[in-house]
Ligand binder design. Sequence first.
Ligand SMILES: Cc1cn([C@H]2C[C@H](O)[C@@H](COP(=O)(O)OP(=O)(O)OP(=O)(O)O)O2)c(=O)[nH]c1=O
Length: 198
Amino acid sequence: MNKPFLPKLKIVLGSKSPRRKELLTQLGLNVRVEAMGVEETYPEELSPEEVVLFLAAKKAEAYKSFGPNEVLITSDTIVVRKDEILGKPKDLEDAGKMLHRLSDASHNVYTAVCINAFGLIRRSVVVKTKVHFKALQQSEIDYYLKNGKPLDKAGAYGIQEWIGMVAVEKIEGSYYNVVGLPVQEVVKILEEINDSID
Ligand SMILES: Cc1cn([C@H]2C[C@H](O)[C@@H](COP(=O)(O)OP(=O)(O)OP(=O)(O)O)O2)c(=O)[nH]c1=O
């Protein structure tokens, strides 16, 4: 097996998202998943940036103890169309409504990451990506609802799925941020943490 990237760091991923696990694994990091599951509620008055930072930090609160060199990563992604925050849909009907809201318009995807190293250092970052959707046909929405996986995704779509190929005209910013992890910013923070230990 190849040597891991940043081998001193033991990454604990506090997320049940298979995409986040896959991205960190692709980065070559040592990753162990320990998803706790918290209720994704937040105070109403928060801005989109504050919402994702709040939820990423809330997911981190569930962890109480850290082993040597353990670095906990928690994260949250939302979709924002005009002023409306779209999290994961309740059911397929809700998913259909979200896709109608996103059709023929642009929206922003915000992902925050909260990185807690050894229970001592906490670093957070939030990244925004703008996504432009074409006008979706009802038959396309119906096809995706039946054959795709809208329910575990913010805004009821996965850019990495069939709907991403069909709906997304262009994006401004990081693709990986839309999938749920702004990998470049994460690497930068992890490198800084790695440099701080001997
Ligand atoms: C917009 C978009 C979101 N998503 C995903 C990223 C996130 O996993 C999910 C938003 O829900 P989150 O609550 O951010 O994450 P999660 O429930 O998957 O995992 P956990 O709370 O345990 O960390 O939507 C995509 O995979 N593709 C996309 O195009």
